[in-house]
Design a protein around this ligand. Structure first.
Ligand SMILES: [Zn+2]
Length: 321
């Protein structure tokens, strides 16, 4: 007790504080999201996410090489197709933007390539599944997810990351992959993905705002955390190799509880809205850049093993390793 115990002793110098720091951001645990847009000729800024760009296929190879040079180890690819239809058929086109970008990444870099698997970027209605009479048909959607998963695996994707929140999606994809000999392709399950307002800026990037209704019939209600544990548990039983909570900073309690309950590698996705809020506040001078590190650290402190963040590139450029 005081005065024998003085908590300030281990805070006296920067070195001492580093020595006793409990959390450290390891670059090998960071994943940078990358957008490939088939409609572009040049890289294009995402207005709501200052500093983040979408890339045409012709430029993405160079960009990925530059990321690797900076020390980025892992990427998560998203695509914006030239053609959208009700079935999202561009998503499983073997010559689609994501498929080609995966091949480029594997040829030119040694990045671990993860591919986001969903339909919302590819459907003309902007929903994550097949729509019948204004209702998302879960099980028909799974058949399309399987096709997309196979096309990604055939392109060389290391990790398939289904994000559509359809029931049974992990089991369905695992089976499809295994039946085609892709037993070594991993699945990172977007297990607890909330219907969050923080996704707004992303929808500008991939032009995927739903044309009618919202995503609340498949994405989780943000009032629930026990339900998130059930979602994660089901994905593990269906064969997920890694699990995810998305978004991150508003959901640290969910990350923490998932860490306590489950042994699988746990990812958190710090989404576009988190990026935009922090970035805008910095640009307007309300906060300094250290807020980025505080936010990133909070996710690891909560128990995440890996972090998908738009700040990954910034981190490699600005933080001494
Ligand atoms: Zn989606």
């Amino acid at each position: 007790m005081f005065p024998a115990t003085r908590m300030r002793r281990t805070r006296t110098t920067p070195r001492m504080r580093d020595l006793v720091a409990e959390t450290r951001i390891d670059p090998s645990k960071l994943i940078m999201p990358v957008f490939v847009d088939e409609n572009l000729k040049n890289m294009a800024p995402i207005n709501s996410m200052p500093g983040i760009y979408t890339y045409p296929l012709e430029m993405v190879g160079k960009y990925l090489e530059s990321l690797e040079t900076k020390g980025i180890r892992n990427i998560l690819l998203f695509g914006v197709p030239a053609h959208k239809d009700a079935m999202g058929s561009s998503a499983y086109d073997p010559n689609g933007g994501v498929q080609k970008a995966v091949k480029l990444a594997k040829e030119k870099t040694s990045l671990t390539v993860m591919t986001d698997l969903c339909l919302c970027e590819y459907t003309d209605h902007g929903h994550c599944g097949i729509v019948e009479k204004s209702v998302i048909n879960n099980d028909r959607t799974l058949d399309v997810y399987d096709r997309i998963a196979l096309s990604y695996a055939e392109s060389g994707s290391d990790v398939i990351a289904p994000s559509g929140m359809m029931d049974g999606q992990v089991g369905s994809i695992r089976k499809a992959l295994d039946q085609s000999g892709f037993n070594n392709t991993s699945i990172l399950a977007y297990s607890a993905k909330y219907s969050s307002n923080l996704f707004g800026p992303f929808r500008e990037a991939v032009k995927s705002a739903p044309g009618f209704g919202d995503r609340k019939t498949y994405q989780m209600d943000w009032r629930n955390s026990r339900e998130a544990m059930r979602e994660i548990d089901l994905d593990i039983k269906e064969g997920a190799d890694m699990i995810m909570v998305k978004p991150a900073i508003f959901y640290l309690d969910v990350i923490s509880e998932a860490r306590r309950r489950f042994d699988l590698p746990l990812a958190a996705y710090s989404v576009s809205g988190e990026y935009s809020m922090i970035k805008k506040a910095i640009l307007d001078g309300y906060m300094n850049e250290n807020i980025i590190l505080e936010g990133m650290t909070s996710v690891f402190r909560a128990g995440a093993d890996m972090l998908i963040t738009y700040f990954a590139e910034w981190f490699m450029e600005n933080v001494e390793q």
